[in-house]
Design a protein around this ligand. Structure first.
Ligand code: GUN
Length: 291
């Protein structure tokens, strides 16, 4: 391996320390404790793990955590009523509705019912529009975490060629907006992109967010490029024993690390930064709400 490892786990710890410092000051100087409400509908195992982890880290930095677990059959009207209550609760500064929602619930309708000022995911259409026009907004946590790591590693990103693989509303599109905001030349590639390997080979920065295990091989990477791997995919690992699994990214780590200048590992790269940015967004929302 020649690439520098970008240690998201260590970076996230420093972000959480800063957030904890802000929280302590808000308490001491203003008597305010930021509060984050997380809403989980149904029992998706991966979502349960994320929600538990969010709640734990929220409390660890000194904020209040409010968890609302609703059963899978919850009606849209009941979910919207809960969001309305949280929108009007002055102790709640951030609201996150865990996605995906069960099929009978309209995700766009639910997300857009959240007060944009409390939308710590940055998914509300108002925040999407503000980000797209370069105005102050809540910024989606995963792309924000990626941007922080890139800025930390490179300093300025100005003039760099960036390729984002994946066009999701949660990661790909906002990531492209953020890179454009930092004056990169940005390409968004996706499943219909022609000659994807050639497109990726031109990039100084590759952000992979497609959810396909080890899809990007090392020979797609320009020597010295920075690779940010957003994918978290669980695959079978018979070499570890029968029935065992392991986590891999969207990039083939060993071959990419042999060519790249820097790379994020999976796990321990982008993942920890996502929750750290959620905590930071909650403090930002709290500060804006209190002038
Ligand atoms: N599900 C997967 N990632 C996310 C995220 O960043 N926010 C929410 N609300 N749900 C998710």
């Amino acid at each position: 391996m020649t690439a520098t490892l970008i240690d998201g786990k260590a970076f996230a710890a420093t972000v959480r320390e800063k957030v904890a410092g802000h929280v302590a000051r808000l308490k001491e100087e203003h008597g305010i404790t930021p509060g984050l409400a997380v809403v989980l509908v149904g029992e998706d195992p991966a979502s349960q793990v994320y929600v538990r982890s969010k709640g734990k880290q929220t409390v660890e930095v000194g904020m209040n955590s409010y968890e609302h677990k609703l059963d899978a059959g919850t009606s849209e009207a009941d979910l919207l009523a809960l969001i309305d209550t949280l929108n009007n609760d002055p102790a709640v500064h951030g609201i996150l509705v865990q996605l995906p929602l069960p099929k009978h619930l309209d995700e766009d309708l639910v997300i857009n019912a959240i007060d944009p000022a409390k939308d710590v995911d940055g998914f509300h259409i108002s925040n999407v529009g503000l980000l797209g026009t370069g105005q102050k907004s809540m910024v989606p946590c995963t792309p924000l975490g990626c941007l922080m790591m890139l800025r930390d590693h490179h300093g300025s990103l100005s003039g760099m060629d960036a390729v984002v693989i994946g066009r999701s509303n949660i990661v790909g599109k906002p990531m492209a907006q953020l890179l454009l905001g930092d004056s990169c030349t940005v390409t968004i590639a996706h499943s219909r992109t022609k000659d994807l390997a050639d497109v990726v080979r031109r990039a100084d920065i590759v952000v992979a967010a497609v959810g396909r295990p080890e899809m990007v091989p090392g020979d797609w990477i320009k020597p010295g490029a920075t690779v940010i791997d957003v994918g978290i995919n669980r695959i079978d690992a018979p070499e570890k024993g029968e029935g065992k699994t392991r986590l891999v990214g969207d990039c083939h780590f060993d071959s990419c690390a042999a060519v790249a200048g820097a790379i994020t590992p999976v796990p321990g790269g982008v993942g920890p930064m996502t929750i750290a940015c959620l905590l930071a967004n909650t403090v930002t929302a709290c500060c804006r709400a209190n002038g």
